[in-house]
Design a protein around this ligand. Structure first.
Ligand SMILES: Nc1ncnc2c1ncn2[C@@H]1O[C@H](COP(=O)(O)OP(=O)(O)O)[C@@H](O)[C@H]1O
Ligand SMILES: [Mg+2]
Length: 389
């Protein structure tokens, strides 16, 4: 588990962590996939709530983030597992000789199975081998291990990872008695693809859940924290509005509070600036400009939670594009936007903006307070933005 500095602004979600561990320990499912768009708090939840809960209950845990080294997820996992097993061995030797010897036994048994020489030279060459070894150690210690893979949909992004993914799945199946897995994903489509791509279930469709949105308790917690920490008092309603405007992303709220204090701005102005700054920093401006007018319109319609395939919407898009836009063309644009990570299908089959930064940007260009449901405003902001160039 990575060492973490304390975060006094962390709003714990202990109950949700316990729920997840309880379903895994019940044996009904061996893995759970946890979905939420970017910057909604998946990593924070896993590192600060879920893993500590697992450790506190006497279990063992290991965490990987596949975005840490996108080109070789396998080596990230092998390194981490190797290091982890070394630490377990070390700790066991210090504590009691008995456990240490049973771990050593596990390793000897493992070596015998894999051939003495090979095991001695390269004890854990593959992730499958590393997981099997970890499982042996866990069985020897009569513990359960929690394996967390952050941004697991990354495995579905390249054919290069197909074999590795299959091997990982098989290894987890073989160790399901003592290793439970939690996967996180920021792309609903990516997660679903992983489920269908691999022949046997990487995780069952029933064990895909959404990370609950933070709500009023979180807003209260952050408002109180802010008034304790900073001189200016932020109205709870402003905090709530800014939070809602940015799709309930805790990241934006915290950045905005900080920016408001640093620059002496009111919270709403600060929130808009934070959204824009991040947007530019991530190079999204160029990517947005590279979208066609139809694609841009679709992103905005999805933001406004408007139906895409109605006559009305199509007329609208046609009038923005200045030519007849067919349903087929809308379909193709939607597919392209999905591949480009602009939008994502949620569990209930609707589309939403994949990244809260994009949402913040759209809020900015459509003058949030006006746009929702007001087609005139959507059109005006379109012309404002699109005809500027
Ligand atoms: N429970 C929480 N309490 C307070 N702040 C949080 C919480 N969860 C997330 N955040 C803030 O949001 C930021 C983004 O969260 P993160 O877990 O990295 O999102 P994700 O992994 O979904 O992209 C964190 O760096 C932190 O500032
Ligand atoms: Mg993350």
């Amino acid at each position: 588990m990575p060492a973490l500095l304390p975060d006094p602004w962390h709003f714990p979600r202990r109950e949700f962590a316990h729920q997840i561990l309880a379903s895994l320990n019940s044996g009904l499912v061996n893995s759970i996939a946890l979905f939420a768009p970017r910057r909604m708090g998946k990593t924070q939840f896993v590192l600060r709530d879920l893993l500590p809960a697992q450790i506190a209950s006497g279990g063992d845990a290991i965490y990987f983030n596949l975005w840490e080294n996108k080109s070789s997820p396998e080596s990230v996992m092998i390194e981490a597992l190797r290091g982890h097993i070394e630490i377990l061995k070390g700790a066991a030797t210090k504590r009691t000789g008995k456990i240490a010897s049973s771990i050593d036994l596990a390793i000897v048994k493992f070596s015998a199975e894999y051939g003495e020489e090979l095991a001695a030279k390269n004890p854990v060459e593959t992730v499958a081998a590393a997981i099997r070894l970890w499982a042996e150690v866990l069985r020897a210690k009569k513990q359960t291990g929690l394996l967390v893979i952050d941004e697991v949909q990354h495995l579905a992004t390249s054919d290069k990872f197909v074999n590795f993914t299959a091997a990982l799945r098989t290894a987890l199946e073989g160790s399901a008695d003592c290793i439970k897995a939690v996967f996180t994903g920021s792309s609903q489509a990516g997660l679903t693809r992983m489920f269908y791509d691999t022949r046997a279930a990487f995780y069952g469709p029933g064990s895909q859940i959404s990370l609950p949105r933070l709500g009023n308790d979180f807003i209260k917690f952050i408002s109180t924290k802010a008034s304790e920490t900073y001189k200016p008092i932020f109205a709870t309603q402003d905090v709530a509005d800014v939070f809602e405007q940015h799709n309930a992303s805790p990241y934006f709220l915290r950045q905005s509070l900080n920016f408001a204090v640093l620059k002496g701005l009111d919270l709403k102005t600060a929130a808009r600036r934070v959204g824009m700054d991040l947007y530019i920093e991530l190079g999204l401006q160029e990517k947005w400009d590279a979208l066609s007018i139809v694609e841009q319109a679709i992103v905005q319609f999805i933001y406004g939670k408007q139906q895409l395939y109605t006559e009305n919407t199509r007329n609208w898009i046609s009038s923005i594009a200045g030519e007849e836009v067919t349903p087929r063309r809308i379909q193709l644009a939607v597919a392209k936007l999905e591949r480009g990570d602009w939008i994502d299908k949620t569990l209930d089959g609707k589309y939403e903006i994949a990244d809260p930064v994009v949402t913040a940007y759209i809020v900015e260009i459509t003058d949030a307070s006006l746009s929702l449901g007001h087609e005139e405003d959507v059109k005006r902001s379109h012309s404002k933005k699109l005809h500027k160039k």
